[in-house]
Design a protein around this ligand. Structure first.
Ligand code: CO8
Length: 378
């Protein structure tokens, strides 16, 4: 293709795959508390002798108050609620079968292609960006590319909570520079295998989901809902406060895959305190680049980790509480879906926007990483 520079770039279609199963706080807490009873009985002597600590109960009320989460969707439900197991079950698939992560990525991608009025032949690149990929290679993006019949190239990228926004940044740059006509950015957030369902501090936080977007030149876009990407902004700052250590070195390190520091773990209070001011300052300076104040933004599709974080960030930006219409919340149903949270919010809350309305997509979390896009409805 010819190398055209400085294209007007739009998000022209958005897709969402929601798992067929969900788990309410009450169901999750009931399974966890039964597991804790069993654990405490098994270790009664050691607990009484003071050499082990008893597992405390979890509470549905605490979860909703501390996080805003009421339930979460999940790819595979049974193992999580089985107190003899306490982790999901994903039967291994043969090399010639589609992987679970590619399967959910394809479902979201098909919805995004349909929303954008695009065929496989219109797409030049596939980016799969998410918190974890289920294998190192071949890239999940290339598996998706093959399954959808897309020519061109694909690659995976991992930036935890900011994978989706950072993926959109790369797509924007590729289309802007003319190295791809249209890019499919997919976020198959299959996070349940990395959750420690025996840790009451974190067992409630996450859910599975997949989201996708088509990014293309304005001149080729024909869909009903198009959002011009006005600019992107990203920042990272190293922090150990959110970590997951299981990886390709684990076998050589002789580690126990069930050890608490191998799965997702965090210092949630520090994350809250450190990330909220970073995110608010980032967003304020990003919209200011366009000569805009926060009050002139019609919609904030914020990262969906914790309702109290979103309320605080919106208040720092606006000087008042944001309405649900200005900063929609989806984490009550979906929980924290790693990088996909703000993408789900966009997916469910963009069709009412009017031409000229400004919106901001934003992620914040592990890394630390913050990513944003300022967009304008066409
Ligand atoms: N039930 C009852 N009580 C509980 C529970 C529970 N489930 N959990 C904790 N408590 C207790 C604590 O033990 C503590 O008791 P005490 O005061 O006696 O010590 C008390 O409640 C208060 O605990 P916390 O201080 O931990 O509670 P907070 O009010 O801080 O709320 C949160 C905890 C909800 C975790 C909160 O700190 C938070 O949301 N922080 C922000 C975290 C965040 O956004 N993290 C994002 C991480 S995710 C991310 O970036 C993506 C990573 C990639 C995806 C990974 C997928 C697996």
């Amino acid at each position: 293709m010819s190398q055209a520079v400085s294209q007007t770039v739009v998000i022209s279609g958005s897709g969402l795959w929601t798992p067929p199963y969900s788990i309410s706080n009450e169901e999750l807490v009931s399974a966890y508390n039964a597991w804790a009873d069993q654990y405490n009985q098994e270790h009664q002597q050691a607990i009484e002798a003071g050499s082990m600590e008893a597992k405390p109960y979890s509470s549905a009320e605490f979860i909703e108050k501390a996080s805003g989460i009421k339930s979460r969707y999940i790819y595979s439900r049974e193992g999580v609620l089985d107190i003899q197991r306490m982790y999901p079950s994903f039967p291994e698939r043969a090399d010639d079968e589609i992987s679970q992560q590619a399967e959910i990525a394809i479902a979201a991608a098909k919805a995004a292609l349909q929303a954008a009025n695009k065929q496989a032949a219109d797409i030049d690149a596939v980016i799969v960006s998410c918190a974890y990929t289920q294998r190192a290679y071949p890239a999940i993006a290339i598996e998706v590319q093959e399954a959808l019949g897309i020519e061109g190239f694909g690659f995976d990228m991992l930036v935890a909570c900011s994978a989706a926004t950072f993926g959109l940044h790369r797509a924007y740059e590729m289309v802007k520079a003319g190295t791809a006509r249209a890019v499919l950015v997919i976020n198959p957030e299959l996070v349940s295998p990395q959750i420690n369902y025996t840790d009451r501090d974190s067992h409630f936080i996450f859910g599975d989901v997949a989201t996708a977007k088509v990014v293309e030149r304005a001149e080729t876009a024909t869909s009903e809902h198009q959002f011009e990407i006005l600019s992107t902004k990203a920042v990272t700052k190293f922090s150990n406060n959110i970590r997951s250590n299981f990886g390709f070195m684990s076998r050589a390190q002789d580690v126990d895959p069930f050890a608490i520091d191998k799965l997702f773990h965090q210092n949630g209070r520090s994350v809250f305190k450190e990330v909220c001011p970073m995110a608010a300052a980032h967003l304020e300076s990003h919209v200011a680049q366009h000569g805009l104040s926060a009050a002139e933004v019609r919609r904030w599709w914020l990262h969906q980790a914790n309702i109290n974080m979103n309320l605080l960030i919106a208040k720092k930006l606006l000087g008042r509480d944001a309405s649900a219409d200005e900063a929609p919340i989806v984490l009550d149903r979906y929980a924290n879906t790693a990088s996909a949270g703000s993408m789900i919010a966009f997916n469910l809350h963009h069709q009412d926007m009017q031409a000229g309305d400004i919106g901001v997509l934003c992620s914040f979390g592990a890394g630390y990483s913050i990513g944003s896009l300022v967009v304008r409805k066409r």
